[in-house]
Design a binder for this molecule. Sequence first.
Ligand code: M6R
Length: 614
Amino acid sequence: MCGIVGYMGDQPAYPILINGLHRLEYRGYDSAGVALLDDAGLHVHKCQGKVSDLERHVAGLGLGGTVGMGHTRWATHGSPNDINAHPHVSSDGDIALIHNGIIENYAAIKEELAHRGHTFRSDTDTEVLVQLIADIRRSEGVDLPEAVRLALDSVVGAYAIVVLDQRDPNVMVAARKSSPLVIGIGENGEHFIASDATPIVEHTKNVVYLEDGEIAVIERGKGLKIRNIKNQEKTPFIQELEMHLEALEKSGYDHFMLKEIHEQPRSIRDSLRGRLNLAKGEVMLGGIKDYEQKFIRAERILIVGCGTSWHAGLVGEYLFEELARIPVEVEYASEFRYRDPIVHEDDIVIAISQSGETADTLAAIELAKGRGATIIGICNVVGSSIARITHAGSYTHAGPEIGVASTKAFTAQVTLLTLMALMIGHKRGTISGSRFFRLLNELDAIPGKVEKVLRNEAQIRYIADIYKDATNALYLGRGFSFPVALEGALKLKEISYIHAEGYPAAEMKHGPIALIDEEMPVFVIATKGGSYEKVVSNIQEVKARKGKVIAICTEGDRVVRDLADHVIEIPETPDPLVPLLSVIPLQLISYHIAVMRGCNVDQPRNLAKSVTVE
Ligand code: M6R
């Protein structure tokens, strides 16, 4: 979604801002803009399109100034065009503002401002906010930080904003509510602001995460001051950023998605590190230690998430029910939040989110928390909103995921859910000691097996070439492989724009079988284990209707090899761990099909990396 970057220091601001905007491109956006302050005043440039379009737009202008801000916009209010792009400027031309989030009461404020003679150029809620700040600044005779504070006090909604005023070029004001902002503290009084740490990490590792309702004032020569909306001063809490620049580079891969698919042996290993102790036969999850007893006694688990994180939640349902014998309900966060769900005080709610900023998941957590449930987070982004509002949780340690299509985050989430289910099952006595130890050892072997699956990439690319022109695809799986079928279909549709459906394999005969003909590729996860024979029958049903079967099967499986048009073999592993392996070929096949179709793999159309609007 929208991205923010700001700078105040001794260096020319423009190159820092443009570089920062490129770092933020992964979030998804449709227009970009910058505002710079120099001796001649405020200069705002913005346009629809990519950051590179903005660069062309300003080429040759020689933008100067050592303070400025940049924005990538993902349209919510008003279409993606030049006028609606940020920064927005007050009618007097003094104040510029960039904004992530939504001002919910903007219509009422706009009406009031219109009565007071203000006019508006754009369709955005953001322009209303900048006019409100300018109005307060003038009518109350206050400085910029105070005008921002008073304006935000009357605003309902979510925001992360940065504000500049050409009458006060040595001050930059930023504020947040329900939308993240991080401030980087560099050398020699330099300050950076960003909606996530990606534009900051190459400049400094010292950061302050703004809390909800806080306003940061950065003043040249005086540094950073933070106060809250009630005007109480707060001491900035400086933390060290746990992010490395290499994680934000493609490191020789053509796309971030491909790099992230290949990182999975490492990211799964990192998610297991320090948590799985084979010598002692133990799972240790320090982040949920204080809630372990509650977890063990839980009579029900609710899992909330969206998209791929919801698919991981479905794997979690199978894991907890089989290993810990606790009933689980998996809910789309967006549905959960709006349907007055039944939540008990002794429920455990597991909230899953890569970004930790997904608006619907945040709202679902608030709702469940309000009803007394214990909320356990599984997040990838350290310090994210979800990580902060949950009672406890475990980070996935996948490292920054830049590709919009989630890959390594999914396997890291499933890894964490597996650890949790094993730990709780063991402590509840619902799995035998021998099965527990076997699964621990098998889990430990997963990164090596993922490496082996990745070595099949040439064969997977060959299959992708055959099916790259398909217009529809079906994904089938049973048991633990059903959520993987859903995930495989989501991966294909979101990056290659081929219509794809995931189904429990047995459901096929209740409708989707009507779609099958010689044009239809059907991806079937048919690994040895629980429902193997049933899935083999499903493959026969597809073949009887001339469908093309691409089977993900266990190494050496001659039966499936003889039936299917193509097989991609994965190493043998117990059923609960199969998703960690079977999803890999599906990620790769989607990736290669999308590349062959000329799609923008890392930034698919209309999609955003972190969905901060409901
Ligand atoms: O950051 P989150 O995990 O909360 O994001 C949830 C979904 O928006 C995300 O998984 C989305 O579906 C991805 N594009 C899937 O690849």
